[in-house]
Design a protein around this ligand. Structure first.
Ligand code: HEC
Length: 166
């Protein structure tokens, strides 16, 4: 059992690091002056995903330590769960590549809104479990839940995100 957990955590840790590196590329892409609401949403969403990634990676970094700081786990996991809840609101119609050419948001986010919403709900459920374990100071529980959260990120990216792969 412990082999499975550590393999899942290692995969998820690698995933977070790769996503961060890819995200850094997009910094040469400032928001246009006087953006439309859809343009603003597309650019702000980029920042939100960077923050979500940072919070998730903070959990992974803490888990690598021999004595993880439970307060850091709790605050970072709570941030992941809070941001996961907000994901659907980051995708108003018209905020895809038409609003930001570098966007990785695929058109099926809006043509298959139910499927996209289901992927967001999957992450919300997994992130809630992560945050509950962290709030309880249950380090083993956080460790066990880290892989499933990373898997829920990946599952959505596989279908609804184009371009840069992690
Ligand atoms: C419901 C779907 C969905 C889920 C769940 C999801 N993402 Fe994403 N993510 C996307 C989409 C779509 C994009 C592309 C957005 C864009 O470029 O406009 C994206 C982009 C990103 C980016 C790149 C941001 C940028 O612009 O450089 C990062 C980093 C990221 N996601 C991290 C995560 C992490 C970490 C998780 C899980 C904790 C996660 N995502 C969960 C859909 C999702």
């Amino acid at each position: 059992m412990s082999t499975w957990i550590s393999r899942g955590a290692a995969l998820a840790v690698g995933f977070g690091a790769a996503v961060t590196a890819a995200g850094a590329l997009a910094h040469d892409d400032p928001m246009p002056k006087n953006p439309t609401p859809a343009q603003r949403a597309a650019y702000v969403r980029h920042d939100h995903f960077q923050e979500l990634d940072k919070a998730f990676k903070a959990v992974g970094d803490e888990l690598k330590k021999s004595a993880p700081d439970k307060a850091v786990l709790a605050s970072s996991a709570r941030m992941v769960a809070t941001m996961a809840d907000a994901i659907p609101s980051w995708f108003p119609r018209g905020s895809g590549v038409e609003a930001r050419p570098m966007s990785g948001a695929k058109a099926n986010i809006w043509t298959d809104a139910a499927g996209f919403g289901a992927k967001a709900a999957d992450l919300q459920a997994e992130a809630l479990k992560l945050s509950q374990a962290a709030a309880n100071g249950d380090v083993a529980g956080v460790k066990a839940q880290y892989g499933p959260v990373g898997g829920a990120c990946q599952a959505c990216h596989d279908t609804y995100r184009s371009g840069r792969k992690m």
